[in-house]
Design a protein around this ligand. Structure first.
Ligand SMILES: C[S@@+](CC[C@H](N)C(=O)[O-])C[C@H]1O[C@@H](n2cnc3c(N)ncnc32)[C@H](O)[C@@H]1O
Length: 237
């Protein structure tokens, strides 16, 4: 997707006469890359934008890709209100549902959505989205986690593993090990649940250091699930 088109669409839907700030230009690059991923997945069925913030990804998927059913999950009422305002400026018709609440609340999730997309869900919210996507049998998940906060469920295990393996205590080395452990656990968790997973950089780290894209497709292949479950058990010690 052309970044310039994403920029002008962001401007039109969200910013009115105000110009794009530096962070908007960076966001436009992330959204352009994510829209390419969403386009590959297909636009039929519910697309869930989880921890959506102002729903840049979801609303631009409607406007630029023709997504027809969008479900927005977000805890912040003001951000949902901004989504509602921006949605009024869409030129495409779509069924859009805004649900206020926590992504960990399973009652908010639809059954078998085509796609769950989550860009920069904070800390443990990424794990809650991953688990909810598995539980509601999402066909696809596009997940770009954000900060590796202490509330991330696999973090205590990562810290124990760092000590057990004698990982250097130099801050930068330790940080990278912990992040790698957390992301390994996430990838294996998805694979053990029957997803085919690829992990790649969504955008260069100069755009955002939180650039790891988990692209997961439900395939349910028992042999691969069993192998991943065994590896997950090994990782968890
Ligand atoms: C860093 S922002 C990213 C927003 C948007 N996806 C984007 O990339 O522009 C993270 C958003 O997730 C929301 N959030 C964090 N934890 C959440 C949770 N447990 N349930 C629902 N929303 C959550 C925050 O309110 C915030 O709007």
């Amino acid at each position: 997707m052309e970044v310039a088109l994403v920029e002008t669409t962001l401007q039109r839907l969200y910013l009115g006469d105000g110009g794009l700030r530096r962070e908007d230009l960076k966001k436009a690059r992330e959204i352009a890359a994510l829209l390419d991923e969403i386009a590959r997945v297909g636009k039929r069925g519910w697309i869930v934008d989880a921890a959506a913030g102002h729903t840049y990804a979801g609303l631009l998927a409607v406007e630029l890709l023709g997504v027809e059913r969008l479900l927005v999950l977000e805890r912040d009422a003001q951000r949902l209100e901004r989504t509602r305002e921006a949605a009024r400026r869409l030129t495409r018709v779509a069924e859009i549902e805004l649900r206020a609440g926590l992504v960990g609340d399973r009652a908010l999730w639809p059954a078998e959505p085509q796609l769950v997309v989550a860009l920069h869900a904070c800390g443990a919210a990424s794990d809650e989205i991953l688990d909810a996507a598995v539980a509601c049998r999402a066909r696809w998940l596009l997940l770009v986690p954000c900060c590796y906060a202490e509330d991330v469920p696999s973090m205590p295990r990562a810290e124990v593993a760092a000590v057990r393996l004698g990982i250097s205590g130099k801050a930068e080395i330790r940080r990278r090990f912990l992040q790698s452990f957390v992301d390994s656990e996430r990838a294996l968790r998805l694979e053990a649940a029957g997803y085919d997973v690829t992990v790649s950089a969504l955008v260069p780290p100069s755009v955002t250091p939180h650039n790891l894209l988990f692209r997961a497709r439900r395939v349910g292949e028992p042999g691969r699930m069993a192998a991943a479950a065994a590896q997950l058990e090994k990782l968890r010690g």
